[in-house]
Design a protein around this ligand. Structure first.
Ligand code: SF4
Ligand code: NI
Ligand code: NI
Length: 708
């Protein structure tokens, strides 16, 4: 059989299987029975993207089989071959959806099966902040676990997302690869058809961030090719299905590298039998470049270790976590005051720990000097400590400032990790990422209890206080300049965030000071200044200069935005928002849902469903994505009356904003303890019960001007 006939055979086999499954499911459950993947607003997203139709029932799924049939035209041409590949992909989506019809939980750990919208949105900022340089899909079986582990660990060390399908899953685990979301290695399933779960990740990324129109399949292919740096490694014997799936990958713009003999297609289908070179070949043909920093430490260092948790029984020593003193500070010095690459340890190192797990106080003091360094950059650099420490294999870092909590694993200790290695990492990364402003860097690690306390009272506390004062004194009126952030345009091409002192970027990761620093560190980068000029409407938040900038940076897609209104020209959302605000008309107010909340809000929608109406860089009056910090600002929907309109929030979010929001409400409305008047899921989520609670509490929204 040649390549073409293999693809057609694979597509027809997939179609037959899918048709058989559909027939069986219908005879069991009936045509009206619901079909859906869990926690997604995009139905069977591949079919949705190709046809523009959402599949809701088994009967409709039967119709989708016609789509598959129409895609199989046995003509030995590249176009027909790629279409047949898509037929296999659509069949797989049908087969996998049916697994969720007959079984509530068709996948067991370590396999993950379908990946929810929340997971994709969570990757959102990372996907664009070149934290995640690409996506590797490995399908099949290596000759041995060692080869599997070698290739996967290489992707992991470079920060890629790696998806595993087939026997490679067990090989990875046997080869000692840490798998799971937090390690960026996602075992999908043992059946070949579970590869569809990564295909729909790319399709939903296009829907979520790119706001593409379902049904416009050519656009989807352009988007997945241009915006998603994905590729496939097909290892082990090639079945007909695997070859067909490869054709589908190529159709989506994802090159395939295999260890088998095939008729190569330049830049699309390549043979690489040497597993030492498989990762490098794959990155090269997908055009993925990785910034490398060699840091002299005895454990691995990669963004992939960011989410690693160290449990009690795996830990060697811990610092802080409110049990001991633990703080960190980045501070600016004169060049003559510090010595470059000097690492000072004051107090005992961790090998003095008597009883494992041990506990010690810790201070991390990073002193930097540079001609272009500015004290406003200090907190920006300091916040990166969290990431730099977390990227170390076997280290967990939580919190910031004087509320940090750090654990070192037994494993890392045994490999030789000591305190000075924190210094090596911080030194290397500060210079690597902030070379534009940092010329010299010195790191001091203190464990001596008295010294930790002494430096804290003398230097650290006053510094934090001065910073807080500076931030609190910043209002939108008190500055001349706002900033754009267009980082997310690599996914949402028309999205522009406007970052002001009182309204941070909707992802929550870019404050006004951050955007200012980003511009100064990288003058042609994603954050550009807007000389805001006179305000046209201070209540709605309208500036002509802002509008002009938005129009220019959205390539004309958008020409009017307000910064403080939910109903009139609200700012667009890309998809990585921390929260979504939406109106609840009957309460004359709004509800806010944060990403972490998985329940249904009083407007009858989950975060995911709300998000599907909000994202993609389009304006949707009545809905808006925003950062958590914005909620307690006096500017928050000031056009609609301000934060006094908030009638419902998940409890966790309420607690997060309570202090600041109470202070704002006191100042704006003279209300004490406003947060108590806001309903949450532990009180009520049904419209009527929410209303009852609001009137019981005398919530101010009930007596405000009608919202609509
Ligand atoms: Fe994306 Fe806006 Fe955050 Fe920038 S500020 S990273 S554009 S969400
Ligand atoms: Ni870590
Ligand atoms: Ni974004």
């Amino acid at each position: 059989m040649n390549l073409y006939s293999t693809i057609f055979a694979g597509a027809k086999q997939a179609l037959d299987t899918a048709a058989g499954y559909v027939e069986k499911a219908i005879s069991l459950k009936g045509r009206e029975h619901k079909v859906a993947f869990p926690d997604t607003a995009y139905s069977l997203s591949l079919i949705y993207a190709i046809t523009g139709k959402k599949i809701g029932t088994l009967g409709e799924l039967e119709g989708a089989l016609d789509l598959v049939r129409s895609l199989i035209v046995e003509k030995e041409q590249l176009r027909e071959a790629e279409n047949a590949g898509m037929a296999a992909a659509v069949s797989s989506e049908i087969i996998e959806a049916l697994k969720y019809v007959v079984d509530e939980k068709p996948y067991e750990a370590p396999c993950m099966g379908f990946l929810t919208d929340a997971i994709i949105r969570g990757w959102g900022v990372g996907l664009v902040m070149d934290d995640i340089p690409g996506q590797a899909v490995i399908i099949g079986e290596f000759p041995d676990p060692e080869s599997a582990a070698k290739v996967i660990k290489e992707y992991q060390a470079k920060g890629l997302l790696t998806f595993l399908v087939g026997k490679v899953i067990d090989q990875a685990i046997e080869g000692g690869v840490k798998v799971g979301l937090e390690f960026r290695v996602m075992p999908l399933g043992y059946n070949m058809t579970s590869v569809i779960h990564v295909v729909t990740v790319t399709i939903r990324a296009a829907l979520i961030f790119g706001a593409l129109t379902p049904g416009d399949w050519e656009e989807f292919k352009r988007y997945t090719y241009k915006r998603l740096k994905a590729f496939v490694n097909a290892v082990g014997p090639l079945s007909n299905y695997k070859v067909a799936a490869g054709a589908a990958a190529i159709n989506l713009g994802f090159p395939v590298v295999t260890d088998q003999d095939v008729a190569e297609v330049p830049m699309k289908l390549i043979t690489q039998k040497d597993y030492d070179k498989m990762a490098a070949t794959s990155l090269e043909i997908r055009g993925i470049k990785i910034k490398i920093t060699e840091i002299p430490i005895p454990v691995a260092f990669a963004a992939a270790f960011e989410g690693e948790r160290i449990r009690k029984d795996a830990m060697f020593v811990e610092f802080g976590g409110s049990k001991t003193e633990s703080w960190e500070l980045v501070t600016q010095r004169e060049a003559s005051e510090i010595e470059d690459h000097k690492i000072v340890i004051i107090g005992d190192d961790i090998d003095t720990v008597q009883q494992v797990p041990g506990r010690m106080p810790l201070a991390v003091l990073v002193e930097v000097a540079g001609k272009s360094m500015h004290s406003d950059f200090e907190p920006v650099l300091e916040r990166r400590i969290h990431y730099f420490m977390n990227y170390i294999e076997g280290i967990m870092h939580v919190g910031q400032r004087d509320a940090t909590w750090i654990r070192i694993s037994k494993d890392a200790y045994e490999k030789g990790f000591r305190l000075r290695h924190f210094g090596e990492v911080l030194y290397a990364k500060m210079l690597d990422e902030f070379g534009a402003v940092v010329d010299k860097c010195q790191v001091t690690i203190i464990t001596d209890p008295d010294k930790v306390k002494e430096v804290k009272t003398q230097q650290v506390v006053p510094k934090y206080a001065a910073r807080d004062e500076r931030i609190a004194s910043l209002t939108d009126e008190s500055v001349d300049t706002f900033y754009t952030c267009i980082l997310c345009q690599s996914f949402a091409p028309s999205h522009v965030c406007i970052v002001t002192p009182e309204r941070l970027g909707l992802c929550g990761a870019v404050s006004w000071l951050d955007s200012k620093a980003t511009f100064e560190l990288d003058p042609t980068g994603p954050c550009q200044p807007i000389n805001k000029g006179p305000v046209d409407d201070p209540v709605k938040g309208i500036w002509q200069e802002v509008n002009k900038t938005v129009e220019r940076h959205s390539q004309g897609a958008l020409s009017q935005i307000t910064l403080y209104s939910l109903l009139e020209d609200p700012m667009t959302s890309c998809g990585c928002f921390e929260c979504i605000a939406g109106i609840m008309p009957e309460a004359n107010g709004i509800v806010i849902v944060n990403r972490e909340f998985s329940g249904v809000s009083p407007v009858g929608m989950t975060f995911g469903e709300l998000a599907s109406m909000t994202g993609g860089g389009v304006q949707t009056p009545g809905f808006m994505g925003h950062g958590r910090q914005f909620i307690s600002s006096k500017k928050f929907i000031s056009a609609e009356g301000g934060p006094g309109r908030i009638v419902w929030m998940p409890k966790e979010l309420k607690e997060f904003v309570a202090d600041k929001l109470n202070a704002t409400a006191k100042e704006m409305y003279g209300i004490d303890n406003f947060v108590d008047m806001i309903c949450d899921e532990t009180i009520a989520s049904e419209s009527e019960a929410v209303l009852e609670y609001l009137s019981e509490k005398g919530h101010p929204a009930l007596t405000m001007d009608p919202l609509m």
